[in-house]
Design a protein around this ligand. Structure first.
Ligand code: GTP
Ligand code: MG
Length: 216
């Protein structure tokens, strides 16, 4: 069997390392944008629409699994063009209106290109899943030049996030074959979370209105 020359292996290893680094840099760019929005909002309105944000870069193992599931070339170029959630950021907000506000503010940034918006809040998944998914492309400047890198941003309320994390655990606990009774209860829980979101948002507006009346 012919073995790959050591230089070729080193070159491939470097290429993969730089590929993964590119996604970390893309996340840093978006995180900086989120931090700026947070700080400015706090300064201007004494209020923070972003409760929390977490990010992750998909592991090479998960990338390969997805590639295998979806089919496709085993090339970095193909992976970059077809797997758009290698870099992911999840933002949690207190209120549904904040979700759209954040999305709107990101859309207005001239260096971000919006590739896709999936609104699972207006159109929830049949299981009750709600979240706003935005895939953006952000320029990353590397030593060899500019790379436009996709980042999947999931924006949801704390209640939606609570539901999604439990649903995710249940889904894997039952090896993706969740019994009907659990599915029904999860759907009910999603509806309760939506009611809670609506109620909290209404209360928030009422409190704000009273605060403004007092200020006038
Ligand atoms: P993927 O191939 O998994 O990326 O699916 P897709 O391309 O159809 O994307 P979609 O926007 O539907 O979902 C992407 C991500 O959203 C998933 O990887 C999860 O993090 C999250 N997600 C989507 N649906 C659900 C769901 O029903 N429950 C939970 N807990 N998370 C979900
Ligand atoms: Mg995904």
């Amino acid at each position: 069997m012919n073995s790959l020359p050591i230089d070729k292996i080193k070159e491939m290893k470097n290429e993969i390392t730089r590929f993964m680094m590119m996604y970390r840099f893309a996340i840093s760019e978006i995180e900086t944008k989120i931090d700026i929005l947070k700080d400015e909002f706090h300064f201007l309105h004494d209020y923070n629409p972003i409760e929390n944000s977490i990010s992750r870069v998909k592991s090479p193992e998960s990338i390969m699994k997805k590639l295998y599931r979806k089919g496709g070339d085993l090339s970095l170029q193909y992976i970059k063009e077809n797997i758009k959630d290698i870099a992911g950021i999840r933002i949690t907000c207190s209120f549904v209106s904040d979700i759209y506000r954040i999305c709107d503010l990101l859309q207005k940034q001239s260096d971000l290109k919006i590739i896709e918006v999936k609104d699972y809040i207006k159109n929830p998944k049949p299981n009750g899943y709600k979240s706003l998914h935005v895939i953006v492309e952000v320029p990353v400047f590397m030593s060899h030049g500019q790379e436009d890198v996709c980042v999947e941003i999931q924006i949801r309320t704390i209640a939606m996030d609570f539901w999604a994390s439990l649903e995710h655990k249940i889904y894997y606990k039952f090896n993706k074959e969740v019994p009907l009774s659990f599915l029904e209860e999860l759907k009910e829980a999603a509806d309760s979370a939506a009611l809670l979101d609506a109620k909290m948002e209404r209360l928030h507006h009422e409190v704000n209105a009273i605060k403004h009346e007092k200020e006038d």
